[in-house]
Design a protein around this ligand. Structure first.
Ligand code: ZN
Length: 247
């Protein structure tokens, strides 16, 4: 069985100037956020989705007059299948000039090693083959000692926000008040699962509490819709998760 139902074209939505949102395509895919440099047409991405949605992303690029060959950097929020699987066909496609891939600590370690059990966590009943992908070791730039990343006029601070997985990070742009938290916190009172390997309810509660102290307008999570009412959305999720006990 192949997960090819998610290969339709992804339509970009502009969040702020030079930052685009490509929504997830059905199950086991993720939202992708794209920074574009006006002059050079360089593309930098946050997460890459699952491998079967990659062509849909490239088709979406065409609407913006962008070419995937200009992808220079990919910032990964965490190691799970729905966020990273697109890396494998992309690196293969771009093997002469591959993009630089960034991840934090444990996530970097897992991707460097090609640790299938961590990339496909728990008992999801899926395998790389179902996506037509072979997991191989990747070259990863470790973000652990970096405080921030700069791209296309944006400066994102890097915060370690474990709980969904050990190496989960959130990218925060204080000037434009943008938060890209991966699967830590979602809109509508939702938050990430904490039952996968490396997950922890207590850590997730602490991470969301930390995030709730940031000033956020644009909440750009890994799944579901995005919001321009970030502070309220995060407060809602923060209240919901504190009710789960375990403090
Ligand atoms: Zn995840």
């Amino acid at each position: 069985m192949f997960y090819n139902r998610g290969d339709s074209k992804k339509k970009a939505r502009e969040v702020v100037k030079n930052l685009y949102f490509f929504p997830e395509n059905g199950i086991l895919d993720c939202n992708i956020f794209c920074l574009v440099d006006n002059a050079s047409k360089e593309i930098n991405l946050f997460d890459i989705g699952n491998a079967t949605s990659l062509n849909g992303l490239f088709e979406g690029f065409q609407d913006l007059n962008l070419n995937y060959e200009n992808i220079k950097k990919i910032f990964i929020t965490h190691e799970h299948v729905d966020h990273v699987l697109g890396l494998y066909p992309l690196v293969e496609k771009m093997k002469d000039d591959p993009p630089e891939i960034f991840a934090y600590d444990e996530t970097a370690r897992i991707l460097r090693k090609g640790d299938v059990n961590q990339i496909f966590p728990g008992n999801l009943g899926i395998t790389p083959e179902m996506f037509g992908v072979k997991i191989t070791p990747l070259n990863i730039t470790d973000l652990t000692d970096k405080k921030e990343i700069r791209s296309s006029g944006f400066t994102f601070q890097i915060y370690h926000t474990p709980g969904h997985s050990l190496g989960s990070i959130s990218y925060y742009e204080p000037e434009k008040k943008i938060l890209i938290p991966g699967d830590v916190v979602f809109t509508q009172g939702s938050f990430g699962r904490y039952d996968f390997p490396g997950g922890s309810l207590k850590q997730l509660q602490n991470s969301i509490k930390f995030i709730s102290r940031l000033d956020v307008i644009y909440l750009l999570p890994g799944h579901m819709d995005i919001s321009d009412n970030g502070n309220q959305e995060i407060k809602y999720s923060c209240n919901m998760i504190q009710m789960f006990g375990g403090t």
